[in-house]
Write a protein that binds this ligand. Structure first.
Ligand code: SF4
Length: 188
């Protein structure tokens, strides 16, 4: 089985079409979110914390990637993911799913169990706590299954997400969501 990048769990949970365009068709365009995100991650790795940038993987799920930061709070392991954007009241759903995927990989590859974690939103300088619920674990399984299905698909899925998700999307130019919504862009 080919291993998929852990971070793509977030992408596919956010939008299946984006996953297809980015990962399968290679339409990754470096808008400011992508560039700032890369810088943030690099910063996280060079802060001198020995538990930053920890490689983790899952043979069961076929995922491999990096935990940005692993912290211990009162003896309890917590995973932390850095994001460029602004915080809402709660962690964005796709970010929470990515965090749980990291925890599953952490447990399988390093034997460390994390039951909660945090997403740090750089623009708001704020963390949002995520408790790892059965629903989030199920969402990880669904996301991985969707990635495998899309890898076998000859064409990307249609536009399935609300307009608000398309604002700032790094593959918007290739996607042309408005043309799709108007019925101009359709696969034969
Ligand atoms: S522009 Fe919208 S529909 Fe298209 S890939 Fe991005 S989020 Fe998905």
């Amino acid at each position: 089985m080919d291993y998929l990048p852990l971070s793509k769990v977030n992408t596919v949970a956010y939008c299946g079409r984006r996953f297809y365009l980015e990962y399968i068709l290679g339409e990754l365009h470096a808008n400011h979110h992508v560039i700032e995100g890369h810088y943030l991650h690099e910063k996280a790795y060079t802060e001198g914390d020995e538990l930053s940038g920890l490689w983790v993987w899952s043979d069961r799920l076929g995922l491999v990637g990096v935990v940005d930061r692993l912290e211990w709070r009162k003896g309890e392991a917590c995973v932390v993911e850095y994001k460029v954007g602004r915080a809402s009241e709660e962690a964005h759903p796709s970010d929470a799913i990515q965090l749980v995927a990291q925890a599953l990989c952490l447990l399988e590859s390093r034997g460390i169990e994390a039951r909660r974690g945090f997403v740090y939103y750089h623009k708001s300088h704020a963390r949002r706590e995520v408790a790892f619920t059965p629903e989030l674990f199920a969402a990880v399984e669904e996301a991985v299954a969707r990635m495998r299905t899309l890898l076998g698909s000859p064409r990307p899925p249609g536009v399935e997400v609300p307009r608000s998700k398309c604002e700032g999307c790094s593959v918007r130019g290739a996607c042309q969501p408005e043309l799709w919504r108007k019925g101009v862009a359709r696969w034969a």
